[in-house]
Ligand binder design. Sequence first.
Ligand code: DLL
Length: 432
Amino acid sequence: MIWNEAKECMSREEMNALQSKRLVKTVDRIYHNVEHYRKKMQDIGLEPGDIKGIEDLHKLPFTTKSDLRDTYPFGLFAVPQSEIVRVHASSGTTGKATVVGYTRRDIEIWSECVTRAFAQAGLGREDVIQIAYGYGLFTGGLGAHYGAENLGATVVPMSTGNTKKLTTMMKDFGATAIACTPSYLLHIAETLEADGDLDKIKLKAAICGAEPWTEQMRKQVEQKLNINAFDIYGLSEVMGPGVACDCIYHKGLHVYEDHFLPEIIDPETLQPLPEGEVGELVFTTLTKEGLPLLRYRTRDLTSITYEKCECGRTLARISRFKGRSDDMLIIRGVNVFPSQIEAALLEMGETAPHYMLIVDRVNNLDSLEVQVEVDEKFFSDRISELEKLSKKIATVIQHAIGLAVKVKLVEPRSIERSMGKAVHVIDKRKLV
Ligand code: DLL
């Protein structure tokens, strides 16, 4: 097992000194290499020399998803493109994706962080790990893959989509661990149960994340599969999976704060909140070369504690997530903003700008139904016309968000109008 005491059990003073040193270096590099940040700092009269350590963190400007959108695709990169060895992308709030880039060193550090997470779950060289996050632009598959390989485990790059093949290989290869979204794990568990295969597997751990899940759900899946289930957190902007992960005590997720400096702020006032209070998680990257970020607002709501964990680690711990401070939905691990669907619908022209997203979870799989009001001009009594239109809408939306949806056309003026903030989402899943 890889247990890195030097990095994970430092005293608070040692950790803060390391963070300060890395922060000063990061700010200096960002100022000189990223025009967008230089302007942002100049606008508030800040020079790199003003940041002498983490006590000056609050002076730095925040970064949001819109900074990435405004500089799409590579405008926030702090190195020449020739030094970027990989890009990933996730959903933006409107049509454009959020693009992130990594240098070779970034990939090494990312792998190290994921390795630390797997090690926290008690995994090592003897293990056979199935990676069942999606491979591709999403950071889940390749991120977990590199970490598991770096651990020295035997890696089975399943990706998502073929559950029968996955369960067959789980039995045949004697897989001892799986990395996937929690809802997919539940689906896998049900498939194994339905096939009478629960006692034919050797699974001992699951490393699940990319979407919110409850403690009850974690315990349920542990019982069903007779395993230990771990919660891994991350976001593509900051790196991908492996920014934080819980340990065998399941009392919060250890943040790899030698690489990612966490803060909790009040999302309204933007002021830092004291230890233990729930607010928005903000990260400043401390070692990233390709896409270093200052005070990135994750929109994820949680609280933080600096108390030493029973496992011996002194790393800060964040609690299970309490939701988000924006309207992003996570459906089957895919990030979806209602505004993406709205933009796609409006671009088509045949629908009214009134829609409702119904999110549900059936047999542990998320489903999304989009109810759309058809524009009066296009409303027809002919079923075949409406079917054609709903198919077209489903294709347009799938293209926009990368997820298959069910479209239900409704009559003009049938979606309830709101007096205040429009309600566009009914989320029937009980996640937090
Ligand atoms: O979901 C990276 C990842 C992959 C994490 C695999 C863990 C495992 P994004 O697609 O950029 O990156 O989505 C990031 O997903 O801001 C959270 O809202 C949510 N999220 C990620 N992990 C968790 C978790 C990946 N363990 C967004 N619990 C984040 C709750 C999570 N929400």
